[in-house]
Design a protein around this ligand. Structure first.
Ligand SMILES: NC(=O)c1ccc[n+]([C@@H]2O[C@H](COP(=O)([O-])OP(=O)(O)OC[C@H]3O[C@@H](n4cnc5c(N)ncnc54)[C@H](O)[C@@H]3O)[C@@H](O)[C@H]2O)c1
Ligand SMILES: O=C(O)[C@H](O)COP(=O)(O)O
Length: 391
C-alpha cells in the first residue's frame, strides 16, 4: 500500500486515479511515499525521509525545495500546460479590463445613488472619465513562450494586436504551436521598448526575479500595461507603483495582491486565480496523480522538473530496481557488478541522466534482489534505490 499526503485541496478527479486498494490518500498521514501539492510553501517543511516523490498539481514549482530533493534522489513532478488555457483566459480578461478601465468604472457605478433619473444623469456625465482604448494595432510583448505564453500570444494576434515574443529557451513543441505572425524580439529590452502591453509568463528563478524593473519600465511605450500572472517577484512592485503614480504606466494587472498594491486605483489584482477553474484543477490533478502512480508502481518518470524522462515496460516475472545516483563515471559498471556478484541476470536496463543526476531502471530475473539492492545502496554516489516486483 502506498501512502500519499495532500498538502492542498487536490481535485477529486485526480485523487480517483490512485486506486484505494493500493493507495491511501490523506492530508494527515505518517511516513508518506509521495506528496501532492499546489501552492503550499514546502521550503520550511520537514519533508519525511519516507517521501519518494513530490507531485505539483500545477505549473510553478518555486514553492518546492527542488535542489534539496535532488540531493535526496527525490523526483519532483508538475503538470506542464494543464492549466495554461485557464491562465490565458484570465490574462485576456485583464487585458480588456485594463484597456476599458472597467474596475474603476464598476466602483463608480457601485457608488451611484439617487433615483433612476439622477443616476442616469450621473452616468452620462461621469462616463467620460473611463474612456478606454481598443486592442487592434496595439502592441503586446510576451516574455516566456511556454505553455501559457504561446496561448496568450496567439490569442492577442486573433484580437488584432501586434505581438512580439521573447524566450531564449523555447521548446520545439511550443515553437510548433506559436502563430508565425508573432514577431521575435532579440532581448527583453528589445521587447519592452517595442511594447505598450507586456505579459510575463516565465518561472520565478534567480534569473527572472525583478525582470520587470525601474529601468525596463522607462523603456516602455507611454500609457503601458503590465500583466503579471506568473509570480509576484518577477515584477518590481515598487517601480511599478512609481510608474503608475507618475502616469507613465496606465495599469498593472496581476494575480498577486500585496499591501503595497492594495487600493491603488490603477492596479487590477486577482487573488491568485490563474489556475482556479474546475477544468484546470481537474487537468492538473489527473496529470500529476498519473505521474506519481506510474513512478511509485513502475519507476517511470514523466514530466519531472529535476529528473530525466525514463519509461521502460516491466517484463513479467522480473524484479525492477530503480536507482538514483550522482551523474559520474562507472556507476552503471558498479551496479551491474553488484548484480552479477549475486548471480542476477539483467533482463532489461535503461540509464538516463539530467544535469548532476542519473537514473537507472534495471529489470533482473529472480534471485537475491534485496541483498543486491543493499549493496548498490552502499556505493558512493547512490542517492536512492527502490525494488519493485512485477505483479
Ligand atoms: N497565476 C497562476 O495561477 C499561474 C498558473 C500557471 C502558471 N503560473 C506561472 O507561470 C509560469 C509559466 O507557466 P507555463 O505553464 O507557461 O510554464 P512553461 O515552463 O511552459 O513556460 C515557461 C517559459 O519561460 C521561458 N523562460 C524561462 N526563463 C526565461 C527568461 N529569462 N526570459 C524569457 N523566457 C524565459 C522558458 O524557456 C519556457 O518556455 C509558471 O512557472 C508559474 O510560475 C501561474
Ligand atoms: O503555478 C501554477 O500552476 C499556479 O500558480 C497555480 O497555483 P494553484 O495550483 O495554487 O492555483
Amino acid at each position: 500500500m502506498f501512502k500519499v499526503q495532500t498538502l492542498n485541496n487536490i481535485s477529486v478527479l485526480g485523487l480517483e486515479r490512485l486506486p484505494r486498494d493500493r493507495f491511501e490518500v490523506a492530508s494527515e498521514i505518517a511516513n508518506p511515499d509521495a506528496i501532492l501539492v499546489r501552492s503550499a510553501d514546502m521550503h520550511k517543511l520537514d519533508i519525511p525521509a519516507s517521501v519518494k516523490a513530490i507531485g505539483r498539481a500545477g505549473a510553478g514549482t518555486n514553492n518546492i525545495p527542488i535542489a534539496a530533493m535532488s540531493k535526496r534522489g527525490v523526483p519532483v513532478f508538475n503538470a506542464p500546460g494543464a492549466n495554461a488555457n485557464a491562465v490565458k483566459e484570465l490574462v485576456l480578461a485583464s487585458l480588456l479590463l485594463a484597456a476599458r478601465n472597467i474596475p474603476a468604472s464598476l466602483d463608480f457605478v457601485k457608488k451611484l445613488d439617487g433615483d433612476d433619473k439622477a443616476m442616469h444623469e450621473a452616468v452620462e456625465a461621469g462616463k467620460k472619465k473611463f474612456v478606454g482604448f481598443e486592442l487592434p494595432g496595439r502592441t503586446l510583448g510576451v516574455i516566456g513562450l511556454g505553455a501559457i505564453g504561446v496561448k496568450v500570444a496567439n490569442a492577442a494576434l486573433e484580437l488584432g494586436m501586434t505581438v512580439w515574443g521573447y524566450d531564449p529557451a523555447m521548446t520545439v513543441q511550443n515553437a510548433w504551436q506559436l502563430n508565425s505572425g508573432v514577431r521575435q524580439a532579440l532581448s527583453v529590452d528589445d521587447l519592452v521598448s517595442k511594447s505598450q502591453f507586456i505579459s510575463v509568463h516565465v518561472p520565478l528563478l534567480d534569473a527572472t526575479r525583478g525582470l520587470i524593473n525601474a529601468d525596463r519600465l522607462k523603456l516602455m511605450k507611454k500609457q503601458g500595461v503590465i500583466l503579471n500572472f506568473a509570480r509576484d517577484a518577477i515584477v518590481d512592485e515598487k517601480a511599478v507603483i512609481e510608474a503608475l503614480d507618475e502616469g507613465r504606466l496606465h495599469a498593472y494587472a496581476c494575480d498577486f495582491p500585496s499591501n503595497a498594491l492594495k487600493g491603488h486605483p490603477r492596479v487590477i489584482a486577482t487573488p491568485h486565480l490563474g489556475a482556479s477553474t474546475g477544468e484546470a484543477e481537474d487537468n492538473c490533478a489527473v496529470m500529476v496523480a498519473d505521474q506519481i502512480r506510474e513512478f511509485l508502481e513502475l519507476g517511470t518518470i514523466r514530466n519531472s522538473v529535476n529528473f530525466p524522462e525514463a519509461q521502460m515496460p516491466l517484463l513479467p516475472g522480473t524484479t525492477r530496481l530503480c536507482i538514483v545516483n550522482e551523474n559520474v563515471p562507472n556507476m552503471v559498471g558498479q551496479i551491474s557488478t553488484a548484480l552479477a556478484k549475486r548471480g542476477l541476470n539483467i533482463a532489461d536496463l535503461l540509464n538516463k541522466s539530467r544535469g548532476g543526476l542519473a537514473y537507472t531502471i534495471v529489470d533482473v530475473d529472480s534471485g537475491e534482489t534485496d541483498a543486491a539492492a543493499k549493496e548498490i545502496a552502499a556505493i558512493p554516489g547512490v542517492l536512492a534505490i527502490r525494488v519493485i516486483a512485477a505483479r
